[in-house]
Design a protein around this ligand. Structure first.
Ligand SMILES: [Zn+2]
Length: 477
């Protein structure tokens, strides 16, 4: 990522020395094989020539002579030998590590500036062949997963499912492009809110593309990464904190129990919708026109035409709706956790509304009040909050599309069919299949309920809105 420094040809001793001089916030990663890794998703490359074998050294020399000033990456080359004059300005040459160390801070600042510009117009994935993109992203994903959740097998499984689905529909390059764009937006403190199916994905969550944890409800210890699954909770934010049995730390509830198939599955392509400030339109338009993704997507890239305030290319849709002046610089530093639940509820619903409007006995009227009927489209005002407050759980009323999926799973549907049913209901087409088991069950009223719905929101999108709302409320200091 943006704070990662890749080093090649370093001995352990040199690496320790370098680490002592690296300012806070940067991470050093040692690679054994320089060839094929240079120019990857990191802030800069530091190559110690003496530690490389002859083949690697010759390859890199000819590579940089060839690409010349078009080299995308920042390279710091440590070598006691004189370098060819053509390479001056292509990379930065130091005779020894001790000559570099006093200037390291300055070197990193320069690299940061370079990286930021490169990120916007030709990101670090731009010069990689397709397999290279996959390798680098997988590497990044593995690091993110292990840093957060250690070696928990359930999470590995979830990431694998999503990754396989992305490979099937050939959507890895797009994910890389989104990853780059997000990094750039964060670095430059441009606010954004994400929509589309991406919000349900564990992969985009781990990459920091969104902050809605899609895992099943669980307790998590940030000290030792211990996970305790809590199947009896619909939403992880409802779980009270507990003391960690491993390390004594405080475990917090997380995981909103989102259906992984919603991100990418069964041949469906994931969608990414960015809500961005209006004044970024020219910048984004330029970025879309010159994007490296064009070479992979070909005709598809031009398929969607810009309309009004929207710009669309391929599966990425950009909308311009935010007012950046209202966003605090702290926007990205805020983590919304289960301790924010009270605030979420307060933001989300109004008790007042429910006091004034008790749940009606008539189902049609109930659906209208919840905003699931065309006659009263009230997504913003009502439905977005239902799952966060336990007020209606006594009646067990499904309030977002994921609950259709879980209902069908309870009635013995396999994942694929449950997902099909969920998609059908949320589009207003009702349940495609009603089994004998469903007909005789106590909750048969749900069949009637689902069949009357015109549209049903995704829990992930509702959460993303609420999270964004809380972050946006932070006053600028
Ligand atoms: Zn612990």
């Amino acid at each position: 990522m943006n704070n990662r420094i890749a080093v090649y040809g370093f001995t352990e001793e040199q690496l320790m020395l370098l680490a002592e001089h690296i300012p806070e916030g940067y991470v050093c990663k040692k690679y054994d094989d320089a060839v094929g890794l240079i120019g990857t998703h990191c802030l800069c490359n530091i190559i110690c020539s003496e530690g490389l074998d002859t083949k690697a050294r010759e390859f890199l020399d000819s590579f940089y002579l060839d690409v010349g000033e078009n080299a995308d990456e920042q390279v710091i080359w440590i070598d006691s030998q004189t370098k060819p004059p053509e390479l001056e300005g292509v990379y930065f040459h130091y005779n020894s590590l001790s000559k570099l160390l006093p200037e390291l801070k300055m070197v990193l600042e320069r690299a940061q500036k370079h990286y930021t510009i490169q990120q916007m117009y030709c990101g670090p994935f731009a010069f990689l062949p397709k397999l290279g993109i996959e390798e680098i992203l997988e590497d990044e994903l593995r690091d993110a997963r292990q840093n957060k959740y250690g070696r928990e097998p359930e999470i590995f499984k979830r990431v694998r499912q999503e990754w396989t689905a992305l490979l099937e529909v050939d959507a890895i390059s797009e994910l890389a492009a989104v990853d780059e764009l997000i990094t750039w937006l964060k670095q430059n403190k441009h606010p954004y809110r994400l929509g589309g199916t991406a919000v349900c994905g564990m992969i985009p969550y781990l990459l920091g593309i969104h902050d809605v944890n899609p895992l099943p409800s669980h307790l998590y210890c940030s000290e030792c990464q211990k996970v305790i699954w809590k199947d009896d909770y619909k939403d992880g934010f409802d779980i009270p904190p507990e003391v960690c049995p491993e390390c004594g730390g405080l475990m917090q509830g997380d995981g909103h129990n989102l259906v992984w198939q919603e991100y990418a599955s069964y041949g469906r392509v994931p969608t990414y919708v960015f809500y961005l400030p209006y004044d970024m339109k020219p910048l984004i338009s330029d970025w879309l026109d010159n994007h490296w993704l064009r070479k992979y997507m070909g005709d598809q890239w031009e398929a969607a035409q810009p309309y009004e305030d929207h710009l669309a290319r391929g599966n990425m849709l950009f909308r311009f709706e935010l007012d950046r002046n209202e966003i605090s610089p702290e926007f990205y530093g805020i983590n919304i956790g289960s301790n924010s639940k009270a605030e979420l509820i307060q933001m989300a619903t109004n008790d007042e509304y429910y006091h004034k409007n008790p749940y009606p006995k008539d189902m049609g009227e109930l659906l209208t009040q919840l905003g699931f009927r065309k006659t009263l489209w009230k997504e913003d005002e009502v439905t977005r909050n239902i799952f966060l407050q336990n007020k209606i759980s006594w009646r067990n009323i499904p309030a977002c599309r994921e609950e259709v999926f879980f209902y069908l799973k309870e009635h013995d549907f396999i994942d694929k069919d449950a997902f099909r049913g969920m998609t059908s209901v949320r589009k207003g087409k009702g349940l495609p299949v009603v089994t004998e088991n469903m007909r005789t069950a106590e909750d048969y009223w749900k069949v009637d309920y689902f069949n009357q719905i015109d549209w049903m929101p995704s829990k992930a999108i509702l959460l993303q809105r609420l999270f964004f709302g809380i972050k946006r409320k932070i006053k600028e200091k």
